[in-house]
Ligand binder design. Sequence first.
Ligand SMILES: NC(=O)c1ccc[n+]([C@@H]2O[C@H](COP(=O)([O-])OP(=O)(O)OC[C@H]3O[C@@H](n4cnc5c(N)ncnc54)[C@H](OP(=O)(O)O)[C@@H]3O)[C@@H](O)[C@H]2O)c1
Length: 284
Amino acid sequence: MVQTFITLNDGNKIPQFGLGVYQVPEGEATINAVKTALGMGIRHIDTAHAYQNERSVGKAVKESGIPREEIWITTKLWPSEYGEGKTSDAIDKMLKRLDTNYIDLLLLHQQFGDYIGAYKDMEHAVKDGRIKSIGLSNFESERLEEVLNMAEIPPSVLQVECHPYYQQNELKKRVEKYGTVIESWYPIGHGDKNLINEPLFTKLAQKYGKTNVQIILRWHIQKGTIVFPRSTNPVHIKENFEIFDFELTEDEMNEIRKLDSGKRFFNMTLEQQEQMLGSWKPED
Ligand SMILES: NC(=O)c1ccc[n+]([C@@H]2O[C@H](COP(=O)([O-])OP(=O)(O)OC[C@H]3O[C@@H](n4cnc5c(N)ncnc54)[C@H](OP(=O)(O)O)[C@@H]3O)[C@@H](O)[C@H]2O)c1
């Protein structure tokens, strides 16, 4: 099975499919999940400082024996690390935690605090080789345009909630001219049973001899978004990756488009997010 890559606006090639490790505990759980994924041929891991498991991701990558340059690591800075000079130091700490001398993709995790100062430091880190690609996560307000307009290096990706119930077609249009690609978080609705068991997915799963989750993940791939479902179950990790040997028709893609109901699983106003997320600080 040949997995697909996307060439980003800076020329770097990212594996379109990866493994997410949100809410996977530091230690054996993360190490095992990452090693299992790498052992199956998955070459893209999505972590964050806030997930508190970067050390385990770094350990698993080292212990896998796979050359570092064959693995794509994405991680994210938390608002408590934003600010010119401050972000540069935070990047150095991140490199230590991940036990690597460069990061493939670094994102600003949330749209709060001194994100402009942080973005400038990320641009410097690209120039001095500590970071290959940079991007944003959860910037869906007008703060997105604020960064897009000041950026010397436009964001390569924008990581947001995206699944068949919330397809992000408007947001995709807002970033199109910058060549920014959408990355889907909660790609299978955080495991939501109603989404997974949609009759349309059951029908398509029967047609292609696949599971409902595989149909959803294949839809992400054909839509051109980057996707990294989370699982610690080796059976699910394998199943999720086996989506490169079939293709949904245009009519089927259009049928799935009709499921776009505007339903989000993470529902908070900007003010609520700022209150909840802005005050929290991950440990080093
Ligand atoms: N930037 C952000 O703010 C942000 C926010 C949220 C998430 N993310 C990223 O996006 C990634 C994915 O999001 P997520 O982990 O929250 O949600 P998700 O990938 O949509 O769903 C994960 C859930 O689905 C289950 N699952 C996985 N494969 C399955 C399968 N084949 N069949 C049935 N159930 C399956 C998992 O359980 P099992 O372990 O039992 O398989 C887990 O409970 C995260 O890990 C993280 O990297 C980013």
